[in-house]
Design a binder for this molecule. Structure first.
Ligand SMILES: Nc1nc2c(ncn2[C@@H]2O[C@H](COP(=O)(O)OP(=O)(O)OP(=O)(O)O)[C@@H](O)[C@H]2O)c(=O)[nH]1
Ligand SMILES: [Mg+2]
Length: 684
């Protein structure tokens, strides 16, 4: 039995969950087809998903097609939940990208397809909703070719579009048109096939082409396209056969060393953590001690493996499979199990660009609110819970308003906490404006720590994150001290000169000094003469902040790319609005009745645009948007400090560290924060 871990991806409402339900029915896993509209599907199982009719969390189900066990992961399509899609990408062997035959290729479809192609994930395309009024086939196929990829192979034809009787007929052997189109697409990507094609077109057998189609699909070079309807079931059998024939099986040696990735974390009924993991290699058995994340270990207490429907208790989970693991108490999303997988797709989509303060309606709920948000952050790390100690407020990062509503409803439904939000603001970043260095030598006043460090901060490329380099000789500093410097430096960069995360920079260790472990004659360790990792943890933020202040930083805000379709008579007021919003807009297409505008706008102004659009376009305007990187904030004060940033407190904190006040260093702060390192004023 082969295993295939398959993701279903699409823009919102394309029909992913309905198609999942259909596939489960076709495979005999369920006797009755559930409906998103009635809240009765297998994968939209959360109460909130059923109420709202949208998918919020990715969900795994499994079914069997002949000799293949398919673990299917249904993902959310709303851009506010893109983080759920990102986490799933690292565990897929293949994907089905769903496109609505009515709405066609959307901005989100393009974002997803680009990512699938970049990661070389073999992908089939399914054009859904052919039964709905307004469904198109040739136009959608042309849009796919133009906007997603030219390397497509339509696998059949749709008929009676826009009616309940809409159907899909797969092309068969003997269909000359299909064979010729397949040969064209495939020969363009395979020299041997091209040579054979040029020599004698007729000699290329249908079998050979079909075989080559599977090979190129598995290499993510070509994307077969199917049509159908998740509601009537049209085309679903052909898609099922395509999944089996054209997508690759999971690879991996069950006897090799354990290697896997955790892509989802859930809490069980008793509050216990459950990790969803895909194994790439090896076998994990119940009661095994398992290494995960960065140097953590725990005993696996129970395992469930996805098999014919849901997850069933098993003694082990092996390479290729997806398992639910109990017992890994501190596990986090994104943790690796055992040996880290050779490749990790890393960050594919933009981080959240909004943040908001969460306020409990009843002040007495403050503690409970923090606990509840911490649990939500386990399941969605990008929420990035932060505590502002100065203002005694809790902040979360968000993608958008729908996610905000979902957080609010989850707090009310699952935790019994009524909470509100302050105004949503954008999250900026800081990048070094130049280079800056600082050095503190060991034993030289006023350095109070038994550690010597020199650090230089240089600008890095856009999107490069934080890179850590050494200009000292390897071995000049014990590894544990070096690790302490790197960890503390990364933490300290969480808050730059203006209070934003510092990124796209290179931190280089230029000097180091330490005093080796000293003991008295009777063998006791003498701290007053020996450097410890704590000395390095305390000194690093001081040196780094001095270097950063010398380099100077500049604040950048997120921008969005947009595409706006509107009636032609709305063009003038729209251009005036866009200019007021500091947007750069270009008229792409001006017809008699309609116009298309494209451009970029600061993310902070998008909400205003969304609010004004219906008024200016009589409700006919359609706005699509996607993250477009960071640009320097504009206006008189070009470096905008974060709202809760108080440089005086940061200075006070650094002074505390410098004076070596016990318990006030980053080591303690690290346990308390995910955002600020400031001491609370009343405890100083
Ligand atoms: N007529 C018709 N309606 C469909 C079809 N597939 C889905 N729908 C409807 O489209 C709506 C959205 O379907 P879902 O299956 O929830 O779509 P989704 O892609 O899972 O949505 P999100 O997970 O929220 O992104 C529901 O009202 C479905 O009943 C189809 O093939 N034909
Ligand atoms: Mg869904």
């Amino acid at each position: 039995m082969r295993t295939l871990n398959l993701g279903i991806l699409a823009h919102v409402d394309a029909g992913k969950t309905s198609l999942t339900e259909r596939l489960l029915f076709a495979a005999g896993v369920i006797d009755e087809i559930g409906s998103v509209d009635d809240g009765s599907t297998q994968t939209d199982s959360l109460a909130l998903e059923r109420q709202r009719g949208i998918t919020i969390k990715s969900a795994v189900v499994s079914f069997v097609i002949e000799d293949v066990t398919v673990n299917l992961i249904d993902t959310p399509g709303h851009p506010d939940f893109i983080a759920e899609v990102e986490r799933v990408l690292s565990v897929l062997d293949g994907a089905v990208l769903v496109i609505s035959a009515v709405e066609g290729v959307q901005a989100q479809t393009r974002v997803l397809m680009r990512t699938l192609r970049r990661l070389r994930i073999p992908t089939l395309l399914f054009v859904n909703k052919i039964d709905r009024a307004g469904a198109r086939d040739a136009a959608v196929l042309a849009a796919i070719e133009q906007k997603l990829t030219p390397a497509i192979a339509a696998m059949g034809s749709a008929c009676r579009l826009g009616t309940r009787g809409a159907g899909f007929t797969p092309y068969q052997e003997g269909d000359a048109g299909f064979t010729a189109r397949m040969a064209d697409v495939l020969a363009a990507r395979d020299d041997e096939l091209l040579a054979a094609y040029v020599n004698d077109e007729a000699a290329l057998s249908y079998r050979r082409l079909r075989h080559e189609l599977a090979a190129q699909t598995r290499r993510a070079q070509v994307h077969p396209v199917f049509f159908g309807s998740a509601v009537t079931g049209a085309g679903v059998d052909a898609l099922t056969a395509g999944i089996r024939e054209l997508l690759p099986a999971a690879q991996g040696d069950a006897d090799g060393p354990v290697s896997g990735t955790v892509f989802k974390v859930e809490r069980g009924p008793a509050g216990e953590k459950i990790a969803f993991a895909r194994l790439f290699s090896g076998t994990v058995r119940a009661r095994d001690r398992l290494r995960f994340g960065r140097d953590r270990t725990a005993k696996v207490t129970a395992i469930r493996v996805f098999d014919r429907g849901s997850a069933v208790p098993r003694a082990s989970v092996a390479a290729g499979q997806i398992g639910k693991l109990w017992g890994l108490k501190d596990v986090q999303i994104g943790d690796t199990l055992g040996v880290p997988p050779a490749t990790s797709p890393g960050r594919q989509f933009a981080p959240p660009t909004l943040e908001t303060v969460v306020v409990p309606c009843r002040p007495a709920d403050k503690g409970a609110l923090h606990v509840a948000l911490a649990q939500l952050a386990e399941q969605d790390p990008l929420i990035n819970l932060r505590q502002d100690d100065v203002r005694q407020e809790i902040l979360v990062s968000l993608y958008g308003e729908v996610q905000k509503e979902v957080v609010q409803a989850t707090l009310a439904d699952d935790f019994g906490i009524d909470a509100g939000f302050r105004e949503t603001t954008t999250i900026c970043i800081e990048r070094p404006a130049g280079s800056g260095s600082a050095v503190e030598m060991i034993g030289v006043k006023p350095n109070p720590f038994l550690a010597g460090i020199g650090l230089r901060v240089d600008p890095g490329g856009a999107g490069s994150g934080v890179e850590f380099r050494l200009e000292i000789e390897l071995g000049a500093l014990p590894f544990s001290f070096l690790k302490a410097v790197e960890e503390t430096a990364r933490e300290a960069l969480g808050q730059g000169i203006y209070g934003w995360q510092v990124t796209d920079c290179v931190v280089t260790v230029t000097h180091s000094g330490y005093w080796p472990r000293q003991s008295h004659a009777h063998g006791t360790f003498d701290k007053s003469m020996s450097s410890t990792a704590g000395d390095f943890r305390n000194l690093t933020p001081l040196v780094l902040m001095t270097a950063l202040a010398r380099a100077g930083t500049r604040v950048y805000e997120p921008w969005q790319r947009f595409r706006l379709e509107a009636p032609a008579d709305a063009l003038t007021p729209l251009l005036a609005l866009l200019s007021r919003l500091d947007a750069a807009a270009r008229t792409r297409d001006l017809q008699r009745w309609s116009c298309v505008l494209e451009g970029e706008v600061p993310a902070a102004r998008v909400r205003e645009l969304e609010q004004q659009l219906p008024v200016l376009t009589r409700g006919e305007g359609v706005l699509e948007g996607a993250f477009d990187g960071y640009r320097p904030v504009r206006g008189e004060i070009w470096s905008r400090p974060r709202s809760d940033h108080n440089p005086l407190n940061r200075k006070e904190y650094l002074l505390h560290v410098q004076r070596g006040v016990p318990g006030r260093g980053p080591a303690r702060a690290r346990g308390e924060r995910r955002g600020t390192m400031l001491p609370t004023p009343d405890s100083s």
